[in-house]
Design a protein around this ligand. Structure first.
Ligand code: ZN
Length: 239
């Protein structure tokens, strides 16, 4: 596989959870930056299976492309367990996945991305990194205010001011829907990358690794599975 984008003299830190979106972002970053480190957060999520996928996806990406293997730097797993103590959400407690009266899904963890980006920025400065890459997306997650582009741009400005360093937040999936995310993976790494994402990334809110579908593992019915499945079907139908 050839590198289509000449490496920039820039290093990036990818917020990498082990899910489909952040795995695609990691491949995107490996295609563009000189050195790419990853950061993941343990915040007491109900089903930490996603975190166990991270090492497999990193190893899989390195095996796909020697250029990617060279650029892939350290992984950092950060304890963000303080989030769980702030209150119950469907991501951290045994709470039903539903939409609240305020219109926010119960899977929304208030402040989660704000905290993650702050911690990633703080680590990036110590690692000589000036670009953060995240899978935040306005298209599918209309309910998550901390995935909006306005929020991300405001936070990038806050990090630049508060850290007094150049700092950019790249969100390659911001205006891409789930079908487009599969297409992006195909574009970046062809079938081997799509296969890796199907097999080794995890999206299901219920942590289901028992049921294997064309689009990967999951219960098939939670909102995260429904999005992943619908995106896969739209992408396949467009082939
Ligand atoms: Zn599911």
């Amino acid at each position: 596989m050839t590198q289509r984008h000449p490496p920039k003299a820039e290093n990036a830190m990818v917020l990498f959870s082990g899910g489909q979106d952040s795995a695609t972002c990691l491949a995107w970053a490996l295609d563009r930056f000189d050195r790419v480190e990853t950061i993941g957060f343990d915040y007491g999520q109900r089903h930490a299976v996603e975190l166990t996928c991270r090492a497999k996806v990193r190893a899989g990406l390195a095996a796909l492309n020697p250029g990617w293997a060279e650029r892939l730097g350290d992984d950092h797993l950060v304890d963000a367990g303080v989030l769980k103590g702030l209150g119950e959400t469907a991501m951290t407690h045994e709470v039903a996945i539903e939409t609240s009266e305020a219109g926010l899904p119960s899977t929304f963890v208030p402040g989660r991305n704000l905290l993650f980006l702050t911690l990633a920025g703080a680590l990036a400065v110590r690692r000589g990194i000036s670009v953060l890459v995240g899978g935040m997306c306005e298209t599918d997650y209309s309910g998550y205010p901390d995935c909006r582009n306005d929020t991300i741009e405001a936070q990038a400005e806050t990090l630049r001011l508060g850290l007094d360093k150049p700092m950019r937040i790249e969100t390659p999936l911001m205006y891409v829907d789930k079908a487009g995310t599969w297409a992006m993976a195909d574009d970046l790494g062809g079938k081997p990358l799509v296969d890796l994402i199907v097999e080794e990334t995890h999206t299901c809110y219920l942590g289901d690794r028992a049921h294997r579908h064309d689009w990967g593992y999951g219960c098939g019915t939670c909102p995260a599975c429904e999005l992943r499945k619908a995106g896969w079907e739209r992408w396949r139908a467009a082939q």
